[in-house]
Write a protein that binds this ligand. Sequence first.
Ligand code: TYD
Length: 332
Amino acid sequence: MKVLVTGGLGFIGSNFIRQALKTRPSWSVVNLDLRTYAGNPASVADLPKSRHRWVKGDIRDRKAVDRAMKGCEKVVHFAAETHVDRSILDASAFLTTNIVGTQVLLDAALRHGVRRFLHVSTDEVYGSVPRGYSKEGDSLEPNSPYAASKAASDLLVRSYFVTHKAPVLTTRASNNYGPYQYPEKALPLMITNFMEDKPFPMYGDGRQVRDWLHVVDHARAILAVLEKGTLGEVYNIGGSYTCRNRELLERVLKLMGKDARLVKRVADRKGHDRRYALDCGKLLGLGFRHAYDFDAGLRETIAWYRANERWWRPLKNDGGYRSYYKTQYKRR
Ligand code: TYD
């Protein structure tokens, strides 16, 4: 079976393809990816060429999408701009890629008679939840331009189900961690900075709460929803561990044998959401169970970054990355 994965050079997309090829012997994957700053061919270099093909292309480009989708029975849509801090600096690419890109893909899926289209989204669409757990039917109250663009794409997917009977499913996941994550996100930034004895900039009081999901568990959950989920429905995918950023930092410092002086308190992120938390009852109802315990997953992730300096070092040395960080620090 031929499956189209969008954004398969990214962190979650590449891990998803690796997991799918390992556990679904009948699959071959067309990986449509534009190779933006966050996409890395090195993340899929180990995948078998007979079952995985990267096609360079933009999801906003109807012709490129048509070519890639031809003959595909299923679509799993990861391609998106995802970093909140970048969306605060400039939201333009978030709106075109995340919203228009999703519309172009949905239209193509209708033309090509795709049987199942899974749209990958985020817990950030619910906004900050001071207490309790977000359920799939809760109102969407996005607070960052990134989250607003994802909420818009979720609503677009819903509208294609109602209007066109498009065979869609949506998943909303919590904070992912694991191998191959671009070192702008909190956890890989922490690990790689500490490896270099550089400080980690902790935003505000560090009491923000995040729910941590191992990327392989995320991939396993997406496969479960793709194969067993009800069309038109939304499924939350939470992790197995929730904590404040301060606690995460303490754990990483301890596991890496580093001093707390490496944590540098900086001005808070604008509009910083205090807490995300998901109710995952619906996903568990499909029979899904987590395979990763946070402590073991975190140790393994630190070990991966230690063993794979060749993967992340060039990313941090890149001129684009350096100038992004200069802009970040200038603001703080
Ligand atoms: P991030 O990985 O950007 O994910 P999200 O904002 O989508 O949850 O950040 C995780 C948490 O870490 C979030 O509360 C912001 C915080 N953070 C810092 O304190 N410093 C940093 O340099 C970064 C990137 C994030």
